[in-house]
Design a protein around this ligand. Structure first.
Ligand code: DGJ
Length: 464
C-alpha cells in the first residue's frame, strides 16, 4: 500500500504523464485501503479479546453493563444581601457541591459508615462486591488507609500488597492559601489474596517524628508511594513523591526493604534528571526494566526514564512526553505490547476529567486518546467519577481486563477520602482521531465503566 503511494508520488514529482485526477483517485483509494486496514486491525484485536473473554468467561458481560445515575442539583442556597452585593452570583457547579461539606449531595459522594463494606461480615449477596465511594474496612474492621496507592503482586507468597498514604490524622491548612493537608504518618500496607479482603500489615515506612530536616518529617509531604520487586537484588523498592508543605521541593524519594511488609529503609530524595517531580508512578516492564514517570516543569509535561538495574536511582536517559498537556496522577499499564496510561488534569484535590494515552514504546511518542470514562452521567464522566487515577491492576486470567484504582479525595477530611475501583477494559476503536497515521485510530479504546456496585468475573476466585 505504501509502495503504491510512493510509486505514484515518484511519478508525479518526476513529471510522469499521469493525469491529476488519476493521482487524486489513487490517493483516495490508498486512504480508503489504509482506513479499512486500520479498522480491520482494531476489530481483530477487539474480537480476539472479547471472544476469548466471552467464550471462556461469560461473566465478562457483567463488567460491561453500565448503570445510569442521575444527580439532581439541589436548589441554589439563599445568600445574605451583603454577600450578594460583595460578590456577584456565580452558578453553583457540581464540583462546588462535591467540595461543600454541607451539601445536600454529601452523602452521595461520601456515604456514611452505615454503608461501609466489611468483607469480614457475611455480606450475603454483597459478598465480593466493590462499592466505589463507600467506606471500605480492613479485616480488623477499620477503614483502609492506602490513599494515592499502588499494588504489588508478590510471586513468592502469591499475595497482593496494597501500599498507600496512611492519612489517619487531622486535616488542616499550613498557610491561609495552602492546600488542605494531613501530616505525614507513613506508608500503609495491606495484604490480600482476593483483592477484596485486606489485612492491615502496618505502617511500612514511618514519618520522622523529631528531625525537622528529614524528608519524612511530619510537616512535609509524602504522596503516591509505589513498590516494585527487583528480581536481581531480591529487594522491594519503594518510590514516592517527596515535598515540602508548599510543594516547592518537587522531588522523588526512594526506600528499600527485604520484605514486602517492610520495614522500608528510607534512602534519599532527589530531583530526577535535575527536574521538578510531583505526581509520579513507577512501572516494571516484562523485561525487568523499570521506569519512573513524573509530572514536571510546573506540571505542564510528564517525563519518563528507565531506572538503574537495582531500581535505586534513575539512569541518565529521559524523554519529555505529553508536553504542554498539564497532566498528573499517571497510572500506567501494558496490554498486548502497547503501553497505556490514564492521567488527570491539575486541580488540586478537586476532581477533573481523565484522559487515556497510548504508546508503542514507553519512551514515547505518547498519543492522547480522550476520556476513558463510560456510564454514570455526564458529570460522572467529566470528573472521573469524582475521583483521580492512581494505579491500574491487571486481573490475572482475564486478558484485557484491569482494575482502575482512583481516589475520591475529601479535602475537608482527607483521612475520609474514598476508593473508587472500577473495571477497565481495552478493546474497540479509539474515539478521537490521532495526530498521525492520517488521523486513523491506531490504538484500542480504553474504557472505564461506572458501576454503583460490581465484582470481578466469576472465574476469578482470588489466589486462595
Ligand atoms: C493533586 C495530586 O494528584 C495529589 O496527589 C495531591 O498532590 C494534590 N494535588 C494536592 O493538592
Amino acid at each position: 500500500m505504501s509502495g503504491n503511494l510512493a510509486a505514484i508520488l515518484v511519478r508525479v514529482f518526476s513529471g510522469g504523464r499521469c493525469s491529476t485526477s488519476a493521482v487524486v483517485w489513487s490517493l483516495v483509494g490508498c486512504l480508503i485501503m489504509l482506513h479499512l486496514y486500520s479498522l480491520a486491525r482494531q476489530k481483530d484485536g477487539v474480537r480476539g479479546e472479547l471472544h476469548l473473554g466471552m467464550s471462556h468467561h461469560p461473566q465478562f458481560r457483567e463488567l460491561e453493563a453500565v448503570e445510569e445515575e442521575n444527580i439532581q442539583m439541589p436548589p441554589p442556597r439563599k445568600r445574605s444581601p451583603r454577600a450578594a452585593k460583595r460578590r456577584p452570583k456565580r452558578p453553583t457547579t457540581i464540583i462546588d457541591e462535591f467540595l461543600d461539606e454541607n451539601s445536600q449531595l454529601r452523602n452521595m459522594f461520601f456515604p456514611d459508615h452505615k454503608t461501609a463494606i466489611d468483607p469480614m461480615k457475611d455480606a450475603g449477596n454483597d459478598s465480593s462486591y466493590y462499592h466505589p465511594g463507600r467506606i471500605w474496612l480492613d479485616t480488623d474492621g477499620n477503614p483502609i488507609q492506602a490513599h494515592g496507592g499502588g499494588i504489588l503482586f508478590d510471586q513468592k507468597s502469591k499475595t497482593y500488597y496494597w501500599y498507600g498514604e496512611y492519612k489517619d490524622g487531622p486535616t488542616y491548612h499550613a498557610h491561609k492559601k495552602g492546600a488542605a493537608r494531613v501530616d505525614i504518618i507513613g506508608v500503609g500496607c495491606y495484604s490480600s489474596k482476593d483483592l477484596w479482603t485486606w489485612k492491615n500489615e502496618g505502617i511500612v515506612l514511618a514519618a520522622e517524628e523529631t528531625k525537622e530536616t528529614h524528608d519524612l518529617y511530619k510537616s512535609n509531604v509524602l504522596e503516591r508511594p509505589k513498590v516494585i520487586y527487583n528480581d536481581k537484588t531480591g529487594k522491594f523498592v519503594m518510590w514516592m513523591h517527596i515535598d515540602d508543605s508548599n510543594y516547592t521541593k518537587a522531588s522523588v524519594g526512594v526506600a528499600v526493604s527485604d520484605y514486602p511488609t517492610g520495614p522500608f529503609d528510607y534512602l534519599y530524595s532527589k530531583r530526577p534528571h535535575d527536574f521538578e517531580s510531583r505526581d509520579m508512578t513507577i512501572f516494571k516492564d516484562d523485561d525487568g526494566v523499570a521506569y519512573l514517570i513524573y509530572s514536571s516543569d510546573d506540571n505542564s509535561e510528564l517525563h519518563v526514564g528507565p531506572l538503574t538495574a537495582d531500581y535505586l536511582d534513575v539512569s541518565n536517559v529521559m524523554r519529555r512526553i505529553l508536553v504542554g498537556q498539564h497532566r498528573e496522577a499517571p497510572a500506567l499499564f501494558k496490554h498486548q505490547g502497547t503501553y497505556y496510561m490514564i492521567t488527570s488534569g491539575c486541580t488540586g484535590w478537586a476532581p477533573n476529567e481523565a484522559l487515556a494515552h497510548a504508546a508503542d514504546s514507553i519512551m514515547g511518542p505518547w498519543e492522547t486518546m480522550g476520556n476513558p470514562c463510560v456510564g454514570g452521567n455526564k458529570m460522572f464522566r467529566l470528573t472521573t467519577f469524582f475521583a483521580q487515577s492512581t494505579f491500574v491492576v491487571p486481573v490475572p486470567g482475564f486478558p484485557g481486563s484491569y482494575i482502575f484504582m482512583a481516589d475520591r479525595w475529601n479535602p475537608a477530611d482527607l483521612r475520609d477520602s474514598r476508593y473508587v475501583w472500577l473495571p477497565l477494559i481495552v478493546g474497540g476503536p479509539a474515539d478521537q482521531p490521532l495526530d498521525y497515521n492520517f488521523g486513523f485510530p491506531l490504538w484500542s479504546r480504553v474504557s472505564i465503566y461506572w458501576h454503583r456496585k460490581w465484582k470481578l468475573p466469576q472465574g476469578w476466585s482470588g489466589l486462595k
